[in-house]
Design a protein around this ligand. Structure first.
Ligand code: ADP
Ligand code: MG
Length: 390
């Protein structure tokens, strides 16, 4: 049984010159009980897509199915889904108990006692049983968000749709609620589509990510797959923090010539990119190696522009000495390593950590090497999440 199917869905706003394609021919299959996180920058079409699944917005083209039922044209009420938003949307003049039972009173024929029992059971699960007779104005943001979640759960929907539900909470509470939503979702086993612009939230929640940019689907895969095997430069830069570093280069035989340095490829890797003249090198900050003295071939000299101490690690913003512009790239080093602004360091990018992209289209043409264990784990997870491997 399918959870939610989004089939060739397009959403346009306005017309003529002012037309915006907010969602551009997107296909997503969400399995029954699966937790899918829709992630992308602001304006990428996440909320619009979620609103179309909920019925608050009608798609311009394509079909949407919820639990094997075609819901095109159906109102939100006719779709058995529950929404949770960023701003809680609780009724301020009702108690928690009334907020949680209101939807059930309106849309089901459960008796008063049955409703009462359900509300109390869910309140217990959410740890808000002692707040049932309070009004939302007496509660903290975290408590209100718990009530909003409880109100969604109590309806026993076919699917949860959540749009940035944690973005009004402070950082610490956000982390707690992240874990809690993960736990709840796996306990309840309800199909969930969760929207966030925050890549950390996306990485730590959900069985599978769907990455959107400019209304277009960039990649659908497990969090680790999107991290280690990004489909393109956009995903590579969006997932992971700090972002992957990119160096655009011209290919000259087996040498990639970027503005700041030349990068020599092994024969094997050179062969895999010999169809491309312009190649972008990608490397994550934690994979770059730096030494105080020159030690190997393929190193290039950099000056330290900024040192950012984070505690156990430091981020260095480096600029290749030979580079003609002022852009820096970031590397991660041990927090105790004594490096100062203005120092000169020797940098190399181990080939096993390198990602290569076709500069013209942004498509990934080579992914970093993984250990056999990591590769096996990734394949297992892809199978669990129902993702076909390449
Ligand atoms: P996200 O949730 O990823 O930030 P949205 O789905 O809200 O993005 O918006 C996607 C695009 O559609 C944006 O360019 C936004 O301005 C546009 N958009 C969203 N809703 C409307 C609307 N009701 N009318 C016109 N344009 C809209
Ligand atoms: Mg949004």
């Amino acid at each position: 049984m399918a959870g939610i199917t989004i089939d060739s869905v397009v959403k346009r706003f306005g017309s003529g010159q002012g037309e915006i394609v907010a969602v551009d021919d997107v296909d997503i299959d969400i399995g029954d009980g699966e937790f899918v996180v829709l992630v992308g920058p602001s304006g990428s079409g996440k909320s619009t897509l979620l609103r179309m699944v909920s019925g608050l917005e009608q798609q311009s083209e394509g079909d949407i199915w919820i639990q094997d039922e075609l819901v095109n044209g159906k109102s939100p009420r006719e779709r058995n889904i529950a929404m949770v938003f960023q701003n809680y949307a609780l009724y301020p003049n009702m108690t928690v108990r009334e907020n949680m039972s209101f939807g059930l009173k309106m849309s089901t024929d459960l008796s008063g006692d049955e409703i009462e029992e359900r509300v109390e059971r869910v309140a217990e699960t959410m740890g808000i049983e002692r707040l049932l007779d309070n009004s939302p104005s007496q509660m903290s943001g975290g408590q209100r968000q718990r009530v909003a979640l409880g109100r969604a759960i109590v309806r026993d929907p076919d699917a949860f749709l959540m749009d940035e539900p944690l973005s009004n909470l402070d950082a610490k509470l956000r982390t707690t609620m992240r874990t809690e939503i993960n736990r709840l979702q796996s306990e309840l086993d309800v199909t969930t589509l969760y929207v966030t612009h925050d890549q950390t939230e996306a990485m730590t929640m959900g069985d599978r990510l769907v990455v959107l940019d400019g209304g277009e689907l960039q990649q659908a895969g497990t969090p680790l797959e999107c991290f280690y095997k990004p489909a393109n430069r956009f995903v590579a830069g969006f997932i992971g923090s700090p972002s992957m570093n990119f160096f655009e280069a011209e290919r000259d035989g087996s040498t990639l010539r970027s503005d700041g340095f030349d990068y020599e490829l092994s024969e094997e890797l050179a062969t895999s990119v010999d169809r491309y003249d312009r190649v972008t090198i990608g490397v994550r900050p934690e994979d770059v190696e730096v030494t105080e003295e020159p030690e190997r071939d393929n190193q290039f000299r950099c000056t330290v522009d900024v040192v950012e101490p984070m505690g156990s690690i430091r981020y260095l913003y480096l600029k290749p000495v030979e580079q003609s512009h002022d852009e820096t790239f970031v590397v991660e080093i041990d927090g105790q390593r004594p490096v100062k602004e203005g120092d000169e360091l020797y940098v190399d990018i181990p080939e096993r950590t390198v990602h290569l992209f076709d500069t013209e289209t942004g498509a990934a043409v080579h992914h970093r090497t993984l250990t056999a264990e990591a590769e096996a784990e990734l394949t297992d997870r892809m199978a669990d999440a129902g993702v076909a491997s390449e």
